[in-house]
Design a protein around this ligand. Structure first.
Ligand SMILES: [Zn+2]
Ligand SMILES: [Zn+2]
Length: 822
């Protein structure tokens, strides 16, 4: 019998696969898609996945033995492996990097992993003796390293034990870089086992007749948890706060617990359950326009794999999605619903959860690893037929996807910026759908021009929904010329008097307002009034933002912070002034103008925890806030019935941003934010402050003329060779030494220009921010016209880059490849 070898993807950035040999006794256990633990380097070990089984030893190295087999059946299926390979090849990165992004940490235990006890674990009786002693060991610590675990357990390879404990939810495995996990826990009450028969409950009720308070607690429980009908309901229990909310006696409840009638237990709950009690009808009716769009999508799917639904804000795209999802599920298909960032769109998740219940799994990068492992397994086992998730959910183990919906498809956050794989989840989802012969529906009020282009040339089906639901009109938008206002002395700080008056009127009418300033902090920089010195980050080529709450200067790129200086860093004068506007300053000024208004702020600083965000949204919904000040976080999918006015600051910055997509993005963002105003029978109003009201972009925005802007942009992009007429690949060269970056970039640029022609190679050029975290950068942009074979070009480019990295000037230089960087 000859030795078996396996090719394995391991989560490290090496090109291709690594080959290992299988100990004879495991020959019959080996299968493609199984996870195994393999040694790497002198002392490391990783979880990898088998992609091929064969008898050929590797040519250039001695294959090491596989250390452990973690699975009995493949946890990663063939189409997932195919997708990983596709992403690696398309985005010019390694399968290991894709594997790293695709699997939650809990599924790829490595010698680098950290381990903590799951704080809510209770089922100690499930553990073996050894597992139990390891958990006891963990109890006293925040976490332990893999090596510490090895040492404590006195074994060479603790993988099996750790895997088993992850499976029992007793421990949590995480990567060092990620935050530790803190679950959301509720306290619940349930009957003790002795009281689960009809006789026992009847006896209990009789015995409590003299204690009416305790009796009413028992009856309250039985009303919500009908154990008499089915004893298994008791398992779930009733939230403790249900009793308090019903104003039942706390001390009587305690006596019932003390007397052994009830027991108290804790349960981890989904962060999306029960946060919103609004009534959501399951069997709503589509309006006529919605129904027409629905039928058009179905018709489009007859001949095309992708449909684009362009529906104005408030047109009720969600109802159409729900119908399509229901249909797919009825056909026995799996459905994936991709959203940009779920934390920001809880309203829709709550709604979907209420409609689809147990079939629906949520996959979010902010969830704990155990939760993500759980979702992974539930998808593999077919428990979840419907996944709502962020971009990495394209990598889940689907078996029979029938439909993928990409909501807000124009959102930039679908593209991963860092680290590799720098993939675009929308584009990957189209490839994924293709593997499953599934359909893709892209949805947006303001589609990305590249998707709209595909629809216009007939590659995608195009469905438009131009009427808002009910009789609501689109908001009325008005421009305020801040240059003129300043001359006429009609500016008070960052506010025009018109804006202030409008806010006052709105407040007096009991209506809500939203102020959009796409910049957090108090002011983007501070400046010396004598010598014009500006506070700069020492590690990055950016100014430091002043945050008034902490009285600190912070770098938004590297996280560096320092206390607000009292003196100028150059001349020593004390005349330092905050310059420009961030959300904190807008909040402060509006409070001065409207002293009675209740104001909330939504930006990265106020919403670090997910509950904080939900809390603010809840306050706004229940009318406890009059004004909300926010960054683009508020532009996405939030609907407030009482919101009738939107004020937009700093529109000029968006318009003048040096990027070929600046106008498209400004149009999208302003239209999305403006769309928050007005609902039902009330037309909303939007004021935009700008010092260039004559800019052509505003005319398109005022008229809601997406089509017009699109046509104009297409002419320009075709003329100047930008997407969708060409494809862009960006090469970024980075090093701590500016000189070295310049030389390496210059030589690489020259070589590429010689080979591919100067028309296709632009740069090298300094990026907008030259230095981040002490690394200087230069960029080379590659433009590939249509008709060139992308895969051939990438192969050739890969060879060029591999060669370049052997040059002397490239020693120690970082090279980043970003495919479809637009
Ligand atoms: Zn910095
Ligand atoms: Zn100075």
């Amino acid at each position: 019998m000859t030795t078996l070898f396996v090719d394995v993807i391991i989560p490290v950035p090496i090109p291709g696969y690594f080959t290992y040999r299988i100990p004879k006794e495991w020959d019959s256990l080996i299968e493609i898609g199984l996870r195994i633990v393999v040694p790497f380097g002198s002392s490391k070990a990783y979880t990898g996945v088998i992609v091929a089984v064969h008898h050929t030893p590797p040519k250039n190295y001695q294959a090491k033995y596989v250390l452990e087999i973690l699975d009995e059946y493949p946890l990663i299926n063939a189409s997932q492996l195919k997708l990983i390979e596709w992403v690696a090849s398309y985005y010019m990165c390694t399968p290991g990097e894709v594997f790293q992004a695709a699997l939650p940490s809990g599924l790829k235990i490595s010698s680098q992993s950290k381990i903590q006890l799951n704080p809510t674990f209770e089922e100690w009786e499930q553990l073996t003796e050894k597992e139990n002693s390891f958990c006891e060991f963990l109890k006293g610590k925040e976490s332990c390293t893999f090596d510490e675990a090895k040492l404590f357990l006195e074994v060479k390879s603790p993988y099996h034990l750790i895997k088993s404990l992850v499976g029992k939810s007793a421990i949590i495995v995480f990567d060092e870089l990620k935050d530790r996990y803190s679950p959301k826990v509720v306290r619940k009450i349930r009957l003790r086992g002795d009281y689960l028969s009809t006789e026992a409950i009847t006896t209990l009720i009789n015995s409590l007749e003299s204690k009416p308070k305790q009796l009413s607690i028992l009856l309250h429980y039985l009303r919500f948890i009908p154990v008499l009908k089915d004893a298994s309901y008791n398992e779930k229990g009733l939230e403790k706060k249900s009793f308090t909310q019903a104003e039942l006696s706390e001390s009587s409840l305690q006596s019932l617990i003390k007397n052994g009638v009830f027991e108290i237990f804790e349960q981890i709950v989904s962060r999306f359950a029960g946060e919103d009690d609004s009534f959501i009808p399951r069997d709503f009716k589509l309006s006529d326009p919605q129904n027409r769009a629905f039928q058009e999508i179905l018709a489009g799917f007859e001949t095309k794999d992708v449909a684009l639904l362009k529906g104005v804000t408030g047109s009720g795209k969600t109802e159409i999605f729900i119908r399509l999802i229901q249909e797919a599920l009825t056909n026995g298909d799996q459905v994936l619903y991709l959203l940009p960032e779920i934390a920001l769109t809880t309203q829709i998740v709550i709604r979907l959860k209420k409609i689809f219940g147990e079939q629906l799994g949520i996959y979010h990068s902010k969830f704990s690893d155990n939760e993500r492992v759980e979702v992974w397994k539930s998808v593999a086992e077919g428990k979840y037929q419907f996944i709502v998730g962020v971009r990495s959910s394209v990598f889940l183990p689907y078996k029979n996807l029938g439909l993928i919906i990409v909501d807000e498809e124009h959102e930039q956050s679908f593209k991963q910026a860092d680290p590799a794989p720098r993939y675009h989840a929308r584009d990957v989802s189209i490839v994924l759908a293709n593997m499953h012969q599934a359909k893709v529906l892209l949805g947006s009020a303001t589609p990305s021009f590249e998707s709209y282009f595909q629809a216009k040339i007939g590659k995608y089906a195009l469905v438009e929904l131009n009427e808002r639901f009910g009789s609501t009109q689109l908001p009325e938008i008005r421009l305020i010329d801040t240059k003129y206002a300043a001359q006429a002395k009609q500016m008070k700080g960052g506010f025009s008097t018109e804006m202030i008056e409008k806010l006052q009127v709105n407040l007096e009418a009991g209506k809500q307002s939203l102020l959009f300033q796409n910049r957090r902090g108090y002011s983007p920089y501070i400046q010396c009034q004598l010598c014009e010195w500006i506070s700069q980050c020492s590690q990055c080529d950016v100014s430091l933002t002043y945050h008034s709450k902490d009285r600190e200067l912070k770098c938004h790129y590297c996280g560096y912070k320092e206390p607000m200086p009292t003196r100028c860093g150059a001349c020593g004068s004390t005349q330092l002034q905050t310059m420009g506007y961030g959300t904190e300053k807008i909040e402060e000024e509006i409070q001065l103008h409207l002293p009675d208004a209740r104001i909330g702020r939504v930006d990265l600083d106020t919403t670090r925890s997910k509950t904080a965000f939900n809390q603010l949204i809840h306050e706004m919904q229940s009318g406890n806030l009059d004004v909300i000040v926010g960054t683009q976080m508020v532009a996405k999918g939030l609907d407030f019935d009482g919101l009738s006015f939107v004020g937009i600051f700093d529109a000029d910055k968006m318009i003048n941003f040096p990027d070929f997509k600046a106008h498209e993005r400004a149009y999208q963002l302003i239209t999305q934010v403006a769309g928050r105003a007005g609902r039902r029978d009330q037309q909303g109003e939007v004021y935009i402050q700008t010092n260039q009201p004559a800019h052509e972009l505003f005319q398109f925005i005022l008229d809601g003329n997406y089509e017009g802007l699109y046509e104009l942009e297409m002419v320009e992009r075709e003329g100047y060779h930008y997407p969708p007429f060409v494809r862009l690949i960006k090469l970024v060269i980075k090093h701590i030494d500016e000189n070295k970056v310049d030389l390496a970039a210059r030589d690489l640029g020259r070589a590429l220009k010689d080979k591919y022609g100067p028309g296709r190679i632009l740069g090298p050029e300094k990026p907008l921010i030259e230095k981040i975290r002490n690394l200087y950068a230069q960029e080379i942009l590659i433009k590939l016209e249509k008709g060139i074979s992308l895969s051939k070009f990438k192969k050739s480019l890969r060879e060029d880059l591999d060669l370049a990295q052997t040059w002397n000037v490239f020693k120690g230089v970082q090279l980043v490849i970003d495919v479809d960087c637009n």
